[in-house]
Design a protein around this ligand. Structure first.
Ligand code: XIL
Length: 302
């Protein structure tokens, strides 16, 4: 195939990228995006601080531009993200429990209703678990004031708002079998047992020398898939360069393709030039939009 998106599509999957609205006007950026990818995730434009900076006052201008761009180029959109402790405006954290519950549900309902029918999958809850061996929930206004049940409540509210959207739980350091991923696994298993609506689990896939691609990556995806949810690589980037980086990308793509329910891969940016890892080169196109060895390796595996 002639592009990442076309190659993934031939295998029944999508190949996406995070997109920042403020770069869409750059010719090389837009050309690379349009030529290669068939799914986009707004990198920041759908986060709580961007769409509801003040309570009850919603601003969708920048997110809408990405959705419009995606639609006109036949790309699907991953919605990112509804409930997260980060990039959360201060007013949310200062609410008491009852008001916080109301605000959380109103946020989910409002944003999902605005985009109803236009979002393939939503990251309903992002990064709710702690790193390390405890398997515990991370402290956040939602966790601290509403308790463990906030995740279930968020998913139920999300299903009611847009029944056509796939509802995902998304996290990092969950790519291999470890205490954190097992805690997420147990939550998903419990949700499936009790009929709490969840359709997919997102694995961010931010890899670097301190956090390499785990040897049990594919096995971990498979154990989640076996619970009856789709799995997706949602924010893939791999620090490094040359052959080593290319091989790591190949391992991740092979792992996804080997799992029937792994429905797609999203890299966290079009070009190294704008990676959130400002000093790194973790993506498939270099700072001049040239294809890197990692690009060729991904296309070969797809
Ligand atoms: C990052 C963006 O890439 C940056 O531009 C922003 O400053 C911070 O957030 N996990 C997530 C993403 O779920 O939303 C984060 O994106 C990266 C880590």
């Amino acid at each position: 195939a002639s592009s990442l998106g076309a190659a993934a599509s031939a295998k029944g999957r999508y190949f996406g990228t995070a997109v920042a609205n403020n770069h869409l006007g750059e010719t090389d950026y837009a050309a690379t995006l349009n030529a290669e990818f068939n799914s986009v995730t707004p990198e920041n434009e759908m986060k709580w601080d961007a769409v509801e900076p003040n309570r009850g006052s919603f601003s969708y201008t920048n997110a809408d531009k990405i959705v419009t761009h995606a639609k006109s180029h036949n790309m699907q959109v991953r919605g990112h993200t509804l409930v997260w402790h980060s990039q959360l405006p201060g007013w949310v954290g200062s609410l008491g429990a009852d008001e916080l519950r109301t605000a959380m549900n109103n946020h989910i309902t409002s944003v999902m209703t605005h985009y109803k029918g236009q979002i393939a999958a939503w990251d309903v809850v992002n990064e709710a678990f702690q790193d390390g061996s405890s398997g515990a929930r991370r402290s956040s206004p939602f966790q601290d004031k509403l308790g463990n049940g906030f995740i279930e409540e968020a998913f139920r509210t999300a299903r009611a708002a847009d029944p056509a959207a796939k509802l995902c739980y998304n996290d990092y350091n969950t790519d291999g079998v470890n205490a954190k991923s097992t805690a997420v696994y147990n939550m998903v298993k419990d949700f499936k047992t009790r009929g709490v609506p969840i359709d997919c689990v997102g694995f961010q896939g931010h890899f670097n020398p301190n956090s390499p691609v785990p040897s049990d990556f594919q096995a971990n995806l498979q154990r989640f898939a076996d619970l009856g949810v789709d799995v997706q690589l949602t924010e893939l980037d791999i620090e490094g360069s040359g052959t080593a980086q290319a091989n790591n990308y190949a391992t991740v793509v092979r792992g996804c393709l080997a799992v029937t329910r792994c429905t797609g891969i999203t890299v966290w940016g079009v070009t190294d030039k704008y990676s959130w890892r400002s000093s790194g080169t973790p993506l498939l196109f270099d700072g001049s939009y040239q294809k890197k060895p990692a690009y060729t390796s991904v296309l070969d595996v797809l």
